[in-house]
Write a protein that binds this ligand. Structure first.
Ligand SMILES: [Zn+2]
Ligand SMILES: [Zn+2]
Length: 194
């Protein structure tokens, strides 16, 4: 069963449970968002609550990631739980309050993802799940994918994959900037005392 877009009238009072599969192109998922190997498995529960519809479930699939250290591709089996609310009425077209742009990348990473709370709109009393699922996949995509926690990365001088073998370059040049960065952050604990 491909990705459904159930009509409000098809959702009984006790809710609707769906199990289906979806292809990444059904979700308008672009390679820059996430690359999927095979199809995605979906288990969805849809419950009406007044004018709103509450959707929850899990999305499972194999994602093809590229390690930021060694640049090799690897498969990651991921199960992504999600919840979303849909509103029956078109939300009033009020201007969104403009938030000040975060100044640094670190601040951007710390900023809460407020869009998660935004309800989706029913389109002609139908639940369009594709866009919501696409956003859930993007939110669950790691910023710094690693093929494994202790990946040694590439030699910055000769490009040798140091997971395969060491090269003859001087020792201090074989550390990837990520390892150096991790050592720095491990040296300065950020957690408040007490
Ligand atoms: Zn790697
Ligand atoms: Zn080298």
């Amino acid at each position: 069963m491909a990705l459904p877009s159930p009509h409000l009238s098809e959702i009984p009072a006790e809710g609707l449970r769906l199990t289906c599969t979806a292809q990444s192109d059904e979700l308008q998922l672009k390679p820059v968002d996430a690359r999927v190997s095979g199809e995605l498995g979906l288990s969805i529960e849809i419950v009406k609550a007044g004018r709103a519809v509450h959707v929850s479930g899990t999305l499972a699939g194999t994602f093809v990631r590229q390690c930021v250290r060694c640049l090799n591709e690897y498969d990651e089996l991921a199960r992504i739980p999600f919840t979303a609310d849909y509103l029956g009425e078109e939300p009033p077209a009020k201007p969104q309050p403009k938030r000040a742009k975060p100044r640094t990348e670190e601040e951007a990473a710390d900023a809460p993802i407020e869009d998660e709370e935004e309800p989706y709109s029913l389109v002609g009393d139908r639940l369009e799940l594709a866009e919501m699922l696409r956003e859930q996949i993007i939110l669950a995509t790691p910023m710094q994918p690693l093929c494994r926690e202790d990946c040694r990365g590439l030699c910055l001088t000769c490009g040798q994959d140091l997971n395969e073998r060491r090269c003859d370059c001087p020792e201090e040049q074989q550390e990837s900037p990520f390892l150096v960065l991790r050592k720095l952050t491990e040296g300065t604990p950020k957690r408040p005392r007490g």
